[in-house]
Ligand binder design. Sequence first.
Ligand SMILES: [Zn+2]
Ligand SMILES: [Zn+2]
Ligand SMILES: [Zn+2]
Length: 272
Amino acid sequence: MRVKFLGTAAAEGWPGLFCQCDACRKARELGGKNIRTRSSCIIDDLYMIDFSADTYYHVLRDHLDLSRVKHLFITHSHEDHFYPQDLQMRKKPFAYFTSNDPLHVYGNDHVKERFDQAGGEEKSDGTLRFHKVNPFETFIAGDAEVTPLLADHAPGEQCYIYAIKLNGKTLLYGHDTGYFPEQTWEYIKKYSFDGVILDCTSGPQESMRYHMGFPTVLKVKQRLLDEKIARENTIFIVNHFSHNGGLMHDEMVEAFSPYGFVVTYDGMEIEI
Ligand SMILES: [Zn+2]
Ligand SMILES: [Zn+2]
Ligand SMILES: [Zn+2]
């Protein structure tokens, strides 16, 4: 499966919308891979994980054809991952299609609530279908077999990370989350992941709860290997960075790649 990272920042973007800190100033000066928008990715041009407020910009930047996307998996309801107002742009007279297939949106209760507030299925003229999905209950979406797993992210919301099987490959999409809850560790024992994408919001700094930093990412990698949930040839990727981590893209590559990690940047594509 081919994964394309559309946005690789935490909620504020990097440089942050209003921020004048050193890390944001440096990112503005250097540009290129240091400019990070809000988080989402697209798989094989047909499946999307999360739908950020920067999606319109991603479409322009990467010449995406979103009309091809039929399945959208939402991790949680935070605005940087889910901007449901733009989903309503899929109906007439905002969009015209050759096919009548709806876009299937999958998420938890909180995601459903925000989806409905923005108009939901009702106002979408049949162009959107929402599916409430539950932790550890596998569902089929097109050719993909998808399982929501519990994250440790926002108190009061059951946030998901996802295990996705597609075309013979298995991917763990692991953010936003802190160190995984034990229920998730228990459940994923049956997998042997080909690709693992991990939350590295805090960059080189320590963070165990709600988001991770690199020291925790390393612990997760080691446990995945020890429990044979990942292999030596599994591709490990760190993603979802905040300016508070401080390191520029090249500095993160220098710091994390010796430990066998690929550091994402906006627009990066990787074959899992
Ligand atoms: Zn986030
Ligand atoms: Zn900043
Ligand atoms: Zn979040």
